[in-house]
Design a protein around this ligand. Structure first.
Ligand SMILES: Nc1ncnc2c1ncn2[C@@H]1O[C@H](COP(=O)(O)OP(=O)(O)OP(=O)(O)O)[C@@H](O)[C@H]1O
Ligand SMILES: [Mg+2]
Length: 640
C-alpha cells in the first residue's frame, strides 16, 4: 500500500530544502560561484530548450530525409521532439529567435509572433514553452516583490560597475516602485539586508507566466496588462504611493518569464502600445501616476493569417510591425509525420478502440492532399509521396521530379487546407460510432466524406475534397489492401509458392535439357508440362517466342546459385518470384469468392482462409476488422 501522507511529507521537505531563503548578501555569495543564476528571460528559455539535446540530422546517411531536405542542415530539438511533427523548419526558426535574443541581440527586444492556419499547433507550441519554464529550476527574486524581480536591481547605480566586475555579470534594470519604497522605508536603504528567495514558475499560479486573451473591444482597460490602482487604498495613501498599486497585469505577472497574447490582433492598437514599450524600452507604465517599471520577459503572440494580413495592411501599425519576429506555423505536409500527430493525440485521449492498420494513414493522406497546391508537374498523390520522401519516378519517364522545384512553385503551401482538428474529430466520431470498438479505413473514409459534406466551404473545394476521398484515396487504399491481403495469403502459403517454384524449375529444366520428368507417384516418365510453364510466364507477359530464353535464364541462374553453395527458394530470382506471386494473387481472386461464403467452404479452403486470417492478425488486425476488411476486399478488389 502507498503511504500517501509519507509521500506528501517527503516531497514537501524536499521542496523546502531546495528553496533558498536568505539576504541579498547571501545571494551575492551564490552569484559569485554561479553567475548564471541571474540570466535574463530569453537566455533562460534558450537554455531550457537546448539543454535537452539537439540532434543534427545527417541527411547524407538517410536517403529519405535527403530526398526531403536536400543538403539543408536539419536540427532536431529533443525539447519538441515527442510533441511536434513535420514542422522542423518552424521549430528551428523559433529556436533561432531565442538564440539571438539570448545573446541580447535585437531579437530580445522583439515579439515572437506565430502565424498559421487553425489547428496547426500555435497554441501547443506556446504551451510547450510555458511548460518548459514550469519544469525549469527556480529563480532568485526579491522576497515579496509583486513582479518577482531580480535581486541585483537592489545594487545602487554608483556601485554597479564594481559589482559587475566582481561578479562577472551584467546588471540590467531598476527596482520596481514597491521595492524602492520598501528599501527606503523598511530597510533604511540597507539593501544588503533585503530578503531574497527562490520561486518556481507556474502557469496556473500566474507566476512568471502571464496570458492576455483577446479583450472585449469596448473594454480595453489596460489594467489587464499593467495592473491597476486599488481605489479602496486611496483613502489611506496618496495617489502616487506604490502601496496603492495592484501589480497584477499580464506584464507584471509575466516578468522574468513569458507574456502570451492570444489572437493578438483582435486587440485595439492603443492596447498594443504597452507591448511596444515593453519590447523596445524593456519597461512598462505603472498604473496610476508612478514611473515606468522595468520588464524582462519573452513576449509571445499568435493569430491566424487573415488577422495578420488585415493588421499588416494598416500603415498606422508600422511601429508594431517593426518589432515583430514573424514565424510561420504551417500544417505538416509529410505523411509519416502527420500520422504521428494523430497517434500522439489518440494516445493522450481515453479512447481504447482498436485501430486497424492504415486507418490513421488514410485520414492523414486526406489531410495532406487538401493542403497541397496543384502542380502541373505531378498529380496530387505523387506530390504527397515526394513530400514524404518516397522514391518516385515520374510515369513514363526516368526523370525525377525535383522536390525543391515543387516547393518553389507554391511558397504558401501548408497555410491552408483541412486542419488536424477536423481529422481528429472525424476519428473520434468514427470511434464513438463503431460497434465493436474498432475502427478501420473504410469506416473512417465514410465518416470523412460525411464530415466534408457538412463543411461550409467553397463548393469547388468541397468537390475537390470529396474527389480525394472517393477516388484518389480509395484507389490508393485498394492498392495497399491488395498488397496486404496477398502478402498474408502468400505468407500463409509459402509452401504453395515453393511448390509452384519447384515445379516450375523441374519442368523448365527438363524442357531446356530436353529430358523427361519422373512422376513422383507412378514413376512414369512425362514430357515437361508446357501449359503449366506458360501459366507462370504469362504473369510477366512473356510472349511464346521469349519463353525458351526465360526458362534458360532461370535454370542457368539457379544452377549458378547452387554451385556457389547458395540455397534457392521461390524468392531467389526476382522475375520468377514476381510471376509466382502474381499467379498466387490470381488464386487470391478465386479465394476471394470463398471469403464471403462461409457455409460452402470445404475443409481445404477453410484452412487456407484461417491461415490468412492468422497472418493478418499478426500484422495488426483484430477479429472484427479482419473480417470486415476481407469481406470488403472480396467485394471490391479482384472484380473481373
Ligand atoms: N505539427 C504538429 N505536430 C504535433 N501536433 C500538432 C501539429 N499540428 C497540430 N497539432 C495538434 O493539433 C491540435 C491543435 O493544435 P493547436 O490548438 O495548437 O492549434 P492552433 O494553431 O493554436 O489553432 P487555432 O488557430 O485554432 O487556435 C493540438 O493538439 C496539437 O498538438
Ligand atoms: Mg490556438
Amino acid at each position: 500500500m502507498i503511504d500517501f501522507s509519507e509521500l506528501i511529507k517527503k516531497s514537501r521537505e524536499e521542496r523546502i530544502k531546495e528553496q533558498f531563503k536568505g539576504t541579498f548578501l547571501d545571494y551575492l555569495e551564490i552569484l559569485k560561484h554561479e553567475p548564471s543564476v541571474c540570466i535574463l528571460a530569453h537566455k533562460r528559455m534558450y537554455d531550457i530548450i537546448v539543454r535537452k539535446g539537439v540532434e543534427v540530422i545527417n541527411t547524407t546517411e538517410n536517403p529519405r530525409l535527403r530526398r526531403i531536405y536536400g543538403n539543408t542542415v536539419i536540427k532536431q530539438y529533443n525539447f519538441f521532439k515527442s510533441d511536434f511533427f513535420g514542422i522542423n523548419k518552424t521549430l528551428m526558426e523559433i529556436v533561432k529567435y531565442f538564440h539571438s535574443a539570448s545573446m541580447e541581440g535585437e531579437e530580445c527586444r522583439q515579439v515572437l509572433y506565430l502565424v498559421g492556419p487553425v489547428g496547426a499547433g500555435k497554441s501547443s507550441l506556446m504551451e510547450a514553452l510555458k511548460k518548459g519554464l514550469e519544469e525549469s529550476e527556480a529563480i532568485y527574486i526579491i522576497k515579496g516583490c509583486p513582479v518577482r524581480e531580480e535581486p541585483l536591481h537592489l545594487v545602487p547605480r554608483h556601485l554597479r560597475n564594481q559589482f559587475e566586475e566582481m561578479l562577472n555579470v551584467r546588471i540590467e534594470g531598476d527596482l520596481c516602485p514597491v521595492c524602492r519604497y520598501r528599501l527606503k522605508n523598511d530597510y533604511q536603504g540597507e539593501f544588503e539586508k533585503f530578503p531574497v528567495q527562490t520561486i518556481d514558475f507556474s502557469i496556473r499560479g500566474r507566476k512568471g507566466i502571464g496570458v492576455v486573451p483577446p479583450v472585449d473591444p469596448n473594454n480595453q482597460d489596460t489594467s489587464v496588462l499593467i495592473g491597476s490602482v486599488d481605489i479602496s487604498k486611496l483613502d489611506l495613501y496618496p495617489e502616487d504611493d506604490p502601496r496603492v498599486m495592484s501589480l497584477n497585469g499580464a506584464f507584471n505577472v509575466g516578468n522574468r518569464g513569458i507574456v502570451e497574447f492570444i489572437e493578438v490582433f483582435k486587440n485595439e492598437v492603443e492596447y498594443l502600445h504597452a507591448m511596444i514599450t515593453a519590447t523596445q524600452e524593456k519597461s512598462i507604465p505603472s498604473p496610476g501616476k508612478g514611473s515606468m517599471i522595468y520588464f524582462d520577459g519573452i513576449i509571445l503572440a499568435h493569430s491566424n493569417e487573415a488577422e495578420w494580413n488585415k493588421f499588416k495592411a494598416d500603415h498606422t501599425n508600422e511601429a508594431i510591425l517593426d518589432r515583430i519576429v514573424k514565424v510561420e506555423v504551417p500544417y505538416c505536409l509529410e505523411l509519416d509525420e502527420e500520422i504521428k500527430i494523430y497517434n500522439k493525440l489518440l494516445n493522450k485521449s481515453k479512447f481504447t478502440a482498436h485501430i486497424a492498420p492504415h486507418t490513421i494513414e488514410i485520414a492523414s493522406m486526406f489531410a495532406i492532399l487538401t493542403r497541397l497546391i496543384a502542380s502541373p508537374k505531378v498529380d496530387p498523390l505523387t506530390k504527397l509521396k515526394i513530400y514524404n520522401g518516397e522514391e518516385i519516378v515520374e510515369k513514363g519517364s526516368t526523370k525525377k521530379v525535383d522536390i525543391m522545384e515543387l516547393r518553389e512553385e507554391s511558397p504558401r503551401e501548408g497555410m491552408m487546407g483541412i486542419s488536424t482538428r477536423f481529422i481528429m474529430k472525424s476519428l473520434d466520431t468514427s470511434i464513438s460510432e463503431s460497434d465493436h470498438n474498432c475502427i478501420n479505413p473504410i469506416g473512417v473514409l465514410e465518416t470523412l466524406i460525411k464530415s466534408v459534406k457538412d463543411l461550409s466551404i467553397r463548393e469547388d473545394d468541397k468537390k475537390k475534397y470529396l474527389n480525394f476521398l472517393q477516388d484518389t484515396i480509395k484507389k490508393e487504399y485498394h492498392k495497399i489492401l491488395e498488397r496486404e491481403v496477398t502478402k498474408a495469403f502468400i505468407h500463409g502459403y509459402r509452401e504453395q509458392a515453393e511448390d509452384l517454384f519447384n515445379n516450375y524449375l523441374d519442368h523448365a529444366e527438363a524442357y531446356v535439357n530436353k529430358t523427361k520428368i519422373k512422376d513422383k507417384n507412378t514413376g512414369e516418365d512425362l514430357e515437361p508440362d508446357e501449359e503449366f510453364l506458360r501459366s507462370i510466364e504469362e504473369q510477366l507477359n512473356i510472349p511464346d517466342s521469349a519463353a525458351r530464353g526465360f526458362r534458360q535464364d532461370v535454370t542457368t541462374y539457379m544452377f549458378y546459385v547452387m554451385r556457389s553453395g547458395g540455397k534457392i527458394d521461390y524468392s531467389s530470382y526476382e522475375p520468377l518470384k514476381e510471376a509466382i506471386e502474381k499467379k498466387l494473387t490470381f488464386s487470391v481472386k478465386e479465394l476471394s469468392r470463398v471469403i464471403t461464403r462461409t457455409k460452402v467452404r470445404d475443409k481445404d479452403q477453410n484452412e487456407k482462409y484461417n491461415a490468412m486470417v492468422e497472418e493478418m492478425k499478426r500484422s495488426g488486425y483484430c477479429d472484427h476488422c479482419c473480417n470486415v476488411i476481407l469481406k470488403y476486399a472480396a467485394n471490391n478488389l479482384w472484380k473481373d
